[in-house]
Design a protein around this ligand. Sequence first.
Ligand code: NAD
Ligand code: TDX
Length: 346
Amino acid sequence: MEGMTLLVTGGAGFIGSNFVHHLLERYSDIAVIDLDMLTYAVNLANLSDLEADPRHTFVRGDICDRKMVDRLFQEHRPDMVINFAAESHVDRSILEPDVFVRTNVLGAQCLLGAAREHEVERFLQVSTDEVYGSLGPEGLFTEDTPIDPSSPYSASKAGADLLALAYNRTFGSPVLITRCSNNYGPYQFPEKLIPVIIMNCLEGRPIPVYGDGMNVRDWLYVGDHCSAICRVLKRGRPGEVYNVGGNNECTNIDMVRTIIRIMADRLPDAGIDESLISFVADRKGHDRRYAIDASKIASDLGWEPTTSFERGMAETVDWSLENRGWMDSVISKDYLNYYDRNYSQR
Ligand code: NAD
Ligand code: TDX
């Protein structure tokens, strides 16, 4: 990727900001154009260490704004586009679905159109295992599993995937799709399960567990996700979908208990224990189990995750403890309103 210009959308968010750092740590001769609208889910502190880095250009803007997107393409002539920008939280999509269709579907369409016109070499759509719907106790999602989304969030991500594949088939656009499992790591907004657990342990607040806590997710360390995306950009075949997994299935309740144990170990005098667990009403349309067959990316591109769950989770907890200021700064009025709206009705 040396010598290239990459347009990264959503590069101020959780995975996007980790990805931008991942690139700049590995490539000296690279230009990263970071297009992000800075929604509620962003803390610009995610990028503050890059302010003086001439390889990184931050642009505040909306991926649905075709004129602005065209101007960016004309000015910077990116070789590759990586689309992370999205509304990303399932519970919010249940409360307010409209913006998910706008950003996730129309935004992807806008970028695909501009990338086609400006003839980029690669367009990578960052997707999710949630587009496959829900598994029973057995089996894994493969790239051939039919799309069967359950939530407005996953339906909008599936819409973007289908558009991207259609651009490849109809126009020959060099589109790649990655579908990964649940990410965890530094800079994750505390509306997702893992930072909610960590934050509520710190605040001594009840930890809300939806339903019976037996829903299963596969957990992928964000750094491993970043390396998978680089591998697909470099070696993936246009028109193909690649599943990305962490080989780490876990029930939600086991995850909650594990993090409580780690937190209690780090802060023995803080009174953190399982009495914080609070079972609450289930999420509507809650997918029971996600599990990924990632053998295609392993056999075709030679990629596998390298961060053990123990190491990744220890790093995540330690980062949260060392960055209490970051955690505190995201607790805005909007966040508290959302928290109240999502949890008080349960
Ligand atoms: P996030 O919510 O932390 O970040 C999304 C970013 O997109 C934010 O910086 C936000 O400001 C930006 N954005 C939103 N609307 C925009 C718009 N209209 N124009 C420009 N920027 C806009 O989400 P994340 O967890 O980092 O997820 C990134 C991508 O990865 C998403 O596409 C998501 O669907 C996908 N994904 C996430 C996970 C996960 O576990 N977090 C798993 C699989 C796939
Ligand atoms: O308070 C909670 N209590 C709870 O039991 C929250 C926030 C979640 N949960 C459950 C719901 C899920 O079974 O924990 C599991 C994980 O929930 P989230 O962190 O909201 O993630 P999920 O819904 O699985 O979706 C995530 O992974 C796939 C990301 O948010 C998506 O962007 C990604 O596509």
